[in-house]
Design a protein around this ligand. Structure first.
Ligand SMILES: [Zn+2]
Length: 243
């Protein structure tokens, strides 16, 4: 059974967010990361602190159920659905195919979110905003005049020093640019290679996903465009031990 098959670094169920055996708590937060990512992330945080930034994770591991709730809410019009230009769309007026594309602009397909792996985090610079600031994670916040412009520049220069990079740095025609989304290269590269179309299909079958048929009918294309279509991972020296 694939669910219990070990793929080297993550079980199939862990790759698709249905098992959380690979993640550990980030001290002082309610967030969890892959156990191999904890030390590198703390090192990245410490380096940022030395340069006057407070690298604060606002999201890390998310499970399949959480991603399915987001997906289904958008599909049913119970959560704002935005187009590529950021304007609201009316879910009830879209075909199933158009709806699939619209949800995928801003939200990952359940089972295919890099946040399932615990290798990826969304971060802000808490030193750059007042306490109680409502984080939006928008391009404007990371643009030149935004509060996180300095973080953006710092990550571009230093994320690689600690084995991280930004897979959604630019618009590649799939997921919108997400300058706040960082990924631990050594761990996530292996997860990405292991997440095949077949494995994803298995996770999505009978999983209570709205639009399941429309998704499964074109899964190879969606996998290519939204899962594989990220910035190529930079070369890093492999860590001595990953798990
Ligand atoms: Zn993210």
């Amino acid at each position: 059974m694939t669910d219990t098959h070990d793929i080297g670094i993550l079980l199939a169920a862990q790759l698709t967010g249905r098992d959380a055996g690979h993640v550990v708590e980030l001290p002082g937060t309610s967030l969890r990361v892959h156990r191999a990512v904890l030390a590198p992330f703390l090192a990245l945080q410490a380096a940022a602190a030395r340069d006057g930034l407070v690298l604060k994770p606002v999201s890390a591991f998310r499970d399949f159920d959480r991603q399915r709730t987001i997906w289904n809410d958008k599909w049913r019009g119970q959560r704002p659905l935005l187009g590529r230009d950021g304007r609201p769309l009316d879910a009830s007026r879209l075909s199933a195919d158009a709806l699939v594309e619209s949800v995928l602009i801003w939200s990952a397909l359940p089972g295919a979110s890099r946040h399932h792996w615990g290798t990826d985090l969304d971060v802000i610079d808490a030193a750059a905003v007042p306490e109680g600031y409502a984080v939006q994670l928008t391009a404007d916040e990371f643009a030149l005049r935004g509060p996180f412009a300095r973080l953006d520049a710092w990550l571009a220069r230093h994320a690689g020093d600690h084995g991280f990079y930004r897979p959604y740095a630019v618009d590649r025609g799939g997921v919108q640019p997400e300058p706040w989304h960082i990924s631990h290269v050594a761990t996530s590269s292996r997860a990405l290679d292991a997440l095949s179309v077949d494995l994803l299909a298995e996770a999505l079958r009978d999983a209570g996903l709205e639009g399941q048929e429309a998704v499964l009918a074109r899964l190879p294309e969606l996998h290519a465009r939204y899962v594989r279509n990220v910035e190529p991972a930079p070369a890093v020296s492999p860590p001595s031990r990953l798990s």
